[in-house]
Design a protein around this ligand. Structure first.
Ligand code: SF4
Length: 172
């Protein structure tokens, strides 16, 4: 391998390890600017799992790993709904999770928004005919954005956040 190929290979490898692929950087840059403009530097997100198979949570967790490093684009997951701007809902909305979901939403300060991640909260997904499911989430809360997929991949979730920014900028 020539010196130049070695150098190119090394840079490419570093990009792959650090999540600096072109599409992630382009979307991330756009996201960073929208978050700055609309939410004032950061968007805080509270996750509510209403009965998922955990695959959606795995994809959401991957956003915090060193590859995607979502926080560099201004989006941070928080523990308390009182600190959140947005709740992101996963799972098919099991009956016993309806009250916790509504209470969490109640505790988010205004202006507040709901995003769903995965097909389950939007349609019930593979669990829609179960007696234990009372979804979809849109029956109880106004949903600003549905991120589709079973589960949605991390990059699809980043695209979902970008689409969400387009929707909320109209209401600001
Ligand atoms: S959308 Fe698919 S991956 Fe996500 S919780 Fe439902 S079944 Fe699991």
């Amino acid at each position: 391998m020539s010196f130049l190929s070695k150098l190119l290979f090394k840079n490419k490898t570093q990009d792959i390890v650090s999540g600096n692929s072109d599409s992630i950087l382009i979307k991330g840059d756009e996201l960073r600017q929208s978050v700055d403009r609309i939410f004032g530097r950061s968007l805080f997100v509270r996750l509510v799992d209403t009965g998922s198979c955990n695959a959606c949570e795995n994809e959401l967790s991957a956003l915090s790993n060193p590859y995607y490093d979502l926080e560099r684009f201004g989006i941070k997951f928080v523990a308390s709904p009182k600190h959140a701007d947005v709740i992101i809902v996963t799972g098919c909305l099991a009956r016993n999770m309806l009250n916790p979901l509504l209470k969490t939403f109640e505790n988010v300060p205004e202006p507040k928004f709901v995003i769903t991640a995965g097909d389950c909260p939007e349609t019930g997904g593979p669990f829609k005919d179960s007696y234990a499911v009372c979804g979809p989430v849109s029956k109880y809360l106004k949903v600003a954005m549905h991120i589709k997929g079973c589960p949605p991949e991390p990059e699809a979730i980043i695209s979902g956040f970008l689409n969400f920014m387009d929707i909320v900028k109209i209401s600001f």
